[in-house]
Design a protein around this ligand. Sequence first.
Ligand code: 8YV
Length: 322
Amino acid sequence: SARFQVYVTRSDMPECGIDLLKKECNVKTWKDASPVPREEFLKSIAGVDAIYCSLSDKIDEEVLDAAGPQLKVIGTISVGYDHIDLKECRKRGVKIGYTPNVLTDATAELTMALLLTTSRRLPEAQQDAKTGGWVSWAPKYMTGPGLNGATVGMVGYGRIGQAVARRVKSFNTAKILYFSRSERIEALEVGAIKVSFDELLKESDFVIVCAPLVPETKELFNKSAFEKMKRSAVFVNTSRGGLLDQDALIYALENNIIWGAGLDVTTPEPLPLDSPLFKLKNCVVLPHIGSATIGTRNTMSELTAANILAALHNAEMPAELK
Ligand code: 8YV
């Protein structure tokens, strides 16, 4: 019988997943270690049964049309799915595989790292030490807010938000608040308190965003949200740049409406070098590396392949987005 045809949108996806696909499928891969250009993508997917993609690849009507009606499954190597038109996939019976759970710990670790890097001013301090700014001990030199005794507000309290909250708690914080659209029993585990969005903004010393980008969360953080926050507040985002109005954040940082921000995600990505965010001392920008541990990326690739193979065989997918 004819082998399944799978298209992979870049050449450097972790091999372990690609090897699984190759055992049973004809795998066609974009030749470069960068996202396939849109025109090339549309041309290359005609007749394929599955697409292995990442957040760099917008999956919309045009892509689904270009692939054709035999397309069975989209496997994305991400837990985020804002790059995929879910409604259109559902309408056509195209299944979606994604990678929840396997990246929860890696992303929570990076969130803690970014939080501390921002609040303790590590990039600024390192730069200063290397360039002669370290002249003597000084009582107020490189000081920033501490987590000990602080109130931490989690915006989004799903798998990653809860994993962050558990880690935050071990830093002897006073209180963990969370804002979520759904009630979850795990909230009790660290004694987190469910509050309204406005209350969270008003009370929190650290505001950590771990929510998916969906229509309800788009630009949740706007000018008025930053104004409600404490002037001493640290804002951390490791989910998606679209959750905030980035210009409003820039304004808030430039005018000390909040104390600082740590961003692993931006709009757009990559962030252009002339972005004001790169000029601000009170902002740390990372190049979207939340899930970037070696083991996690390998497991994500295997899960992406397993999702695709299961869908092709009409079997239950290990992680189907429904
Ligand atoms: C991925 C992510 O590295 O899983 C997600 O949603 O943002 C990261 O883990 C990225 O999306 C690559 O597809």
